[in-house]
Each structure stands twice: as structure tokens, then as C-alpha cells.
Design a protein around this ligand. Structure first.
Ligand SMILES: [Mg+2]
Length: 241
């Protein structure tokens, strides 16, 4: 049986397409191997109580009838209230100067988020842009509980490490298969926002809050938290209030 011209042409085109596909697959595979071998890390940082001491700002923020802070106000007032947490800034500079990629992921709402980006750019002397290396991932409320949404952002960014101070930061990292590291919350912030910190070490001991201040010291001493996370061992105790 002889093949028609059309059949031969189709066969040649098919071979060419298969060959091109093979080249593309090899290129993608080589590229992914190259990325892995580079050892470049993607490192995420929380903002409040991790990069910035912001307790006085939140204490001053306008609030609605239900006590919720006004994030459009918060994101425009870091310049007036927020203080850099030096040990975290050192970490950021360490990762950047060694060729790793730094991201900021906060549970703040993104209203006027560009102003926070401008503040971080100025203070950290790096380019920070919303939805490039600064992401807003507010909690969502389900059946009366606040749940983090940060893990979705972590997955999108394919993060390797995440530094944060709250329980929800650690939970988000675990859900996204990102290595979690707890930054020690400053004593003033701990007093104001004890909730969501090793359960809540300020509450009476109960099933929901089984750890007290003495237990917190044990966790700090061992540099491990209730979710098995590492605790960054350098504390920061001297905000100018
Ligand atoms: Mg925080």
C-alpha cells in the first residue's frame, strides 16, 4: 500500500513536533535541576512582632464597634510608630547578601499596602513591592475560629523557610510544608497580644491554654515550640517606647 503525500506530510510534522517537545522537556528538566543545585532559598518573614515592633501603633489605631483595627490607617502609620527588630533585620541582610530571596507575608489587610511597601523599602534599603515580595494574607473566620490563609501564599511562592511570632504563622508554615521558625515576641507585645502565642501563656491553665509563663521559659531554653518548630534563639528586649 502506498502512502499519500498528505499522510507523509502529517507523519513528518508529527515527528518534528515530538522532537521539539523532547527538547522542551529536556530544557525544563535541566532548568529545574539547575535551580535545585543553586541552593538558593526562598525565605519568608512575618511583619508585626517579627520584622517590626508595632504594639504602640496597634494600641493607637482607630477601631470599629467590634474592636477591629483599621488597616487602612495601620498601613500608613508605620513611619510614626514602628521600630525595626534588629536581630530580624540582621537575618534579612544575611539571606539577601548570600543570594537568597526574601519575601514578606503578613496577615494585615492590604488597604494602603503600598505605604507599608514604601516604609519597608526605606528602612531595609531594598525594593519592596506589593504582590512581588510583600503579600497580604488576612485570616479568615470559619465557625467562630480565625484561620490563617498564609499557607496558600507560601505554596504559591514555593517558600523554604518562614519566620513568624504567632501560632498561626507556625501552623501556616506546617500546612505548606515550609520549615517554621518562631521569632520570640517582645514582652510588651506578649502582654498586649498573648492570644495566639503557645496557645496563650497569659491565660489560666486549661485544655485550650495548657502552657503558662514558666512553660514558655522552658520552650525558649530548648529552642523548640509546641508545634515542633525551631525558636530563633536571639531575643530583642529594648524597644524605645
Ligand atoms: Mg506577627
Amino acid at each position: 500500500m502506498s502512502l499519500s503525500k498528505g499522510t507523509i506530510k502529517f507523519s513528518v510534522n508529527l515527528k518534528r513536533e515530538v522532537s521539539e517537545m523532547r527538547i522542551i522537556i529536556i530544557l525544563i528538566f535541566s532548568f529545574s535541576i539547575g535551580m535545585t543545585q543553586s541552593g538558593q532559598l526562598k525565605v519568608g518573614f512575618d511583619i508585626d512582632d517579627t520584622v517590626l515592633f508595632t504594639e504602640p501603633m496597634y494600641a493607637t489605631s482607630p477601631r470599629d464597634d467590634e474592636g477591629a483595627v483599621d488597616y487602612s490607617w495601620i498601613n500608613t502609620h508605620d513611619k510614626d510608630y514602628s521600630i525595626l527588630i534588629d536581630p530580624t533585620v540582621d537575618l534579612i541582610q544575611y539571606f539577601r547578601t548570600n543570594g537568597h530571596i526574601v519575601y514578606f507575608i503578613t496577615a494585615r489587610e492590604g488597604l494602603n499596602g503600598i505605604r507599608l511597601a514604601e516604609f519597608l523599602s526605606h528602612e531595609l534599603e531594598m525594593d519592596v513591592h506589593v504582590n512581588k515580595n510583600l503579600f497580604f494574607s488576612p485570616d479568615e473566620k470559619v465557625n467562630g475560629f480565625n484561620y490563617t490563609t498564609k499557607h496558600k501564599t507560601f505554596n504559591n511562592l514555593d517558600l523554604d523557610l518562614y519566620y513568624g511570632d504567632s501560632d498561626r504563622d507556625i501552623i501556616a508554615a506546617l500546612k505548606a510544608d515550609v520549615y517554621p521558625i518562631r521569632v520570640i515576641r517582645n514582652k510588651y507585645s506578649l502582654k498586649s497580644y498573648g492570644n495566639n502565642y503557645f496557645g496563650n501563656t497569659l491565660e489560666e491553665v486549661s485544655d485550650k491554654t495548657p502552657f503558662n509563663k514558666d512553660d514558655l521559659k522552658k520552650f525558649y531554653n530548648k529552642s523548640v515550640g509546641i508545634f515542633g518548630e525551631s525558636i530563633y534563639p536571639i531575643g530583642w528586649n529594648n524597644p524605645q517606647r
